[in-house]
Design a protein around this ligand. Sequence first.
Ligand SMILES: NC(=O)c1ccc[n+]([C@@H]2O[C@H](COP(=O)([O-])OP(=O)(O)OC[C@H]3O[C@@H](n4cnc5c(N)ncnc54)[C@H](O)[C@@H]3O)[C@@H](O)[C@H]2O)c1
Length: 390
Amino acid sequence: MIAPNLIQIAVIGAGLIGPRHASHVVNNAHAELFAIVDPSPTAKEIAASMETRYFTSIQNMIAYCNQNGMSYPDGAIICTPNHTHIRVSAELANYGINLLVEKPLSSIPEEAKALKNFAKEKNVKVLVGHHRRFNPFIVEAKRNLHKVGDVIAISGTWALRKPESYFKMSPWRTDNKTGGGVLLINLVHDIDLLQYMFGPIERIYAELLKKQRSHYPDADEGAALTIKFKNGITGTFICSDNVTSPFNFESGTGENPTVPFQNELEGFYRVFGSKGTLSVPDLHLFHQPEAVDDNTNSWLHPIEKEQLVENKLETLHSQMPFDLQLDHFVDVIRGRAEPLCSADDGMSALMCIDAVMKSVETGIPQYVEDIKNIIPDYEALGLDSDLRAK
Ligand SMILES: NC(=O)c1ccc[n+]([C@@H]2O[C@H](COP(=O)([O-])OP(=O)(O)OC[C@H]3O[C@@H](n4cnc5c(N)ncnc54)[C@H](O)[C@@H]3O)[C@@H](O)[C@H]2O)c1
């Protein structure tokens, strides 16, 4: 039975993140979990535990709908390994199924551009799963940004240590070519947020961090970046998945059940402005509210520390970004909103990662290529003529 008025959503891929998305769909008042699709045997049990349909492939799901005279799901959340996003998404788009594609949109910009164009042709909406845009700590930081005056510089950190089991359970994570490595899996998230908050990045210089996992030679472990935004803001960023540190988004916001919440964490991002400094996720504003001239607004006078959002643990930590992103996806499918993180946004973040990689290779700063210049690779969609929906 299909509940009327509920948006039907399939979850494609049920590894680490897929079941989390699926449980958010189950608990959403406006959506229903149509099915879980994943060839792996454990996915069948996950589907059973959520009392939903299970298919080993998208083709099997489509065949089931056809045989039973049912509509295809309205949307799908693509939670498969990075290098498979485009083929899987194109297959779904071919049947008019709207897409929430986990980040990164792809590991290859040319493939992402082909998907964007194909989805448009099929009148399919694409939302990229940079869910941190919905994180209440980021929403509040963005809302309060003007309080620092002119933003001059930023600094950021995403640093922690992943366990060996993380790599063992999904070998695609150990090779940059399959979208593995910390730059494509994690840095891309922070890049998206930085562009969301401060505008497009123009130029990046990157140095790789010292490698410690010699048994995974093909996966980067982190980089130190110097970033120049188009509007003149400059910043630095350290990204590492192999140091002991709480200075990362997950620890600071508590949004990921795998990573313990550090309630008192301060400053994984710092925004330095002409009138103050904003620290995230703690949302402290350091400023001189009584300043009236060049003397009182200088090192000669004390700087006050103001808490911008009281009771942030209760008010912010309780709002889960995956739920907010899902609500938004439902609105996008219903035509009530445009994607907050579009295919263009996803490609733009990818082009920044591309600049990081090129800077590492060449040893010099790289301009970020305009997404308009990406030449789409339609072959990558993998749609043979016999696969095309009639
Ligand atoms: N937004 C976030 O915070 C977040 C967190 C984790 C992962 N991710 C992203 O989600 C995606 C999945 O990551 P993961 O860690 O869950 O990976 P994973 O390796 O744990 O799981 C991937 C699953 O996809 C299945 N799969 C592979 N090809 C498939 C296909 N063609 N059709 C159906 N299923 C298929 C695999 O069997 C596996 O179960 C990645 O793109 C990753 O970058 C996002």
